[in-house]
Design a protein around this ligand. Structure first.
Ligand code: ZN
Length: 133
């Protein structure tokens, strides 16, 4: 894996949290995007090389809605940039990690993504992402 691509933070109210993170980071959100297949609305911030993704539920039964209900607001996942997502998925499977999707999915911010089950990663949801070129 190349580097941490972004850190995902689950929030209840996107407008309030967008304002908050604009103040905190001293920079404006550069992209807002809905990922309908995942039931999430996202907002991205850049701080130098790194990115923060805010996530909120767009449907009542989305995974983010369940996460917020169970754990409240906070860090939801850590995403790693990968060169070849299929190769990385194969490598992780062969190491015994459980992937949450069998094939890469289209995620936010022009990425192919795959999630790794947090049960096998000390409770941290890991996202692989490969830039779509
Ligand atoms: Zn993410």
């Amino acid at each position: 894996m190349n580097k941490i691509e972004h850190i995902g933070i689950a929030v209840k109210d996107m407008d309030i949290s967008c304002n908050l993170y604009e103040k905190l980071l001293g920079t404006a959100c550069y992209k807002k995007e809905e990922v309908a297949s995942e039931g999430v609305n996202t907002a991205f911030f850049k701080t130098g090389e790194n990115k923060i993704e805010l996530l909120t539920a767009s449907t009542a039964d989305s995974p983010i809605a369940k996460f917020l209900e169970k754990k409240g607001e906070g860090i939801h996942h850590i995403a790693f940039d990968v060169e070849d997502i299929l190769a990385e998925m194969e490598r992780l499977k062969s190491e015994g990690f459980v992937l949450l999707n069998e094939m890469p999915k289209r995620g936010a911010d022009n990425k192919l993504v795959c999630f790794v089950h947090p049960k096998g990663t000390n409770g941290v949801l890991i996202e692989l992402c490969q830039e779509i070129k």
